[in-house]
Design a protein around this ligand. Structure first.
Ligand code: NIG
Ligand code: FE
Length: 417
């Protein structure tokens, strides 16, 4: 369809000003909700007003209109799950110990290697459908369970195929240093990563490189090297840092020009101000923190210092088998002490900034892509009615990509026609 009006919404969530590429501090707090109408034409937000000539009118009374969630950190595609490890964790076995025993990332690497492409894609598509029903209209994919040159390239090709099969926009990150593959030292594996860069770039689908810095994975020196590879290739640098042990990786990430530093549970106080001043997102992953009983990222201090703080699922079969952004918002609100507007801004425009998509989506502004959600209640209910599904309709590029059964009657056709 070429035009659609959302009529009579109780809330439309708007940034404090148009043209912001991210929401820092006061701007995050300064988002507003007001009753109103919104019209979409040719897949974009055309007006913050009703258009009686629109082909379809949707009854938005009692609803909130918000940007679709931009989940800027997931580990899709992957094979199988690791529920057995979760039970171990519940009885007090630490993640690092499970990993050293051959579980963790290695377990998912074995599952990936033993699974056929269709099996992996089928499972990943089902997860993407769950994500859509929970309001995610854009998400990041990562490799990282390949753990060999061929395995990583296969994972990146599977991510590209997943993109072709799902209605959401996906972006692909090559997490080429996730665990040190058997038979290599970390240094040797980084040499292999460097050698595979031409093949990675040839795929034409990768927009960022990523690395896991931890005692069980890679070191700050490898982060620095990954930064050099990213710069040389013209790709963004992402990094998993300060998740379990404190390794003071943030100063290294900032020097390397990282687009984001993710996890940050053990971030040192003295690293908050430099991170907040940098063009580098602090991507917080409260589901991993909660399910892993990890340390708590200093979210409030980061927000108050003016950092670009984003929220994402970290969806993966180990630390966070969680793909619903409303659940992540609910966790974040409780664990970090966030207002509803803050949580939404972190899960929409700041996620889009992290993925270099903020010019095009992540906030409700005329001209932006109409990736929008109609929630069946006010934004304040998302965290409050914890872990409930609030999405009545998800629009992607102005088209209804998901309509919950009880929301079908909201589509009214041309009013007055
Ligand atoms: O973001 N920290 C490293 N990577 C993932 C976990 C991957 C896994 O356990 O499979 C994370 O938490
Ligand atoms: Fe992760």
């Amino acid at each position: 369809m070429s035009s659609l009006t959302l009529a009579g919404a109780a809330q439309i969530l708007r940034p404090p000003r148009d043209g912001l590429s991210c929401l820092r501090g006061e701007d995050l707090r300064g988002q507003t909700t007001a009753a109103g109408d919104l019209t979409i034409a040719e897949g974009r937000i055309a007006a913050l007003a009703c258009d009686p000539r629109a082909e379809v009118t949707v009854d938005a009374r009692g609803c909130a209109v918000v940007p679709g969630f931009v989940d800027c950190h997931t580990h899709l595609p992957f094979a199988g799950w690791r529920a057995d490890e979760y039970e171990q964790k519940l009885t007090g076995v630490p993640y690092e110990e499970i990993a050293r025993g051959g579980g963790g990332i290695r377990a998912s690497a074995r599952a990936l290697a033993q699974s056929g492409d269709e099996e992996i894609l089928g499972q990943s598509q089902a997860v993407a459908a769950e994500m859509l029903a929970a309001g995610t209209t854009t998400f990041e994919c990562k490799s990282g369970y390949g753990l060999s040159r061929d395995g990583e390239l296969r994972a990146l090709r599977l991510a590209a195929e997943l993109d072709a099969r799902v209605p959401q926009t996906t972006l692909c990150t090559a997490l080429l240093a996730h665990a040190v593959p058997d038979g290599f030292t970390a240094d040797e594996w980084m040499g292999e990563v460097e050698a595979m860069m031409p093949e990675v770039l040839e795929l034409g689908t990768v927009s960022a490189l990523d690395i896991f810095v931890e005692s069980i994975a890679f070191a700050n020196a490898h982060l620095e090297l990954m930064g050099e590879l990213a710069t040389a290739a013209g790709l963004a640098l992402r990094c998993h840092v300060e998740q379990f042990g404190g390794h003071r990786s943030v100063p290294v990430a900032l020097r390397a020009g990282a687009r984001s530093a993710d996890h940050l549970c053990t971030l040192r106080n003295e690293d908050i101000a430099p991170l907040a001043a940098a063009p580098c997102a602090a991507v917080l992953l409260p589901a991993a923190e909660f399910l892993g009983a990890e340390h708590r990222a200093p979210a409030r201090a980061l927000i108050d210092a003016g950092a670009i703080v984003a929220l994402a699922t970290d969806g993966n079969p180990g630390t966070a088998p969680v793909f619903a952004m409303p659940t992540v918002l609910g966790l974040a609100a409780r664990l970090y002490g966030l207002s509803a507007a803050e949580a939404f801004g972190m899960a929409t425009l700041n996620g889009a900034w992290t993925l270099h998509l903020a010019h095009d989506r992540g906030s409700i502004e005329v001209g932006k892509r109409a990736d929008l959600l109609l929630l069946d209640g006010p934004i304040e209910h998302v965290a409050y009615r914890f872990a409930r599904d609030p999405v009545a309709i998800a629009l992607i590029g102005g088209e209804p990509a998901y309509v919950r059964d009880d929301a079908a009657a909201r589509r009214l056709g041309r009013v007055g026609a």
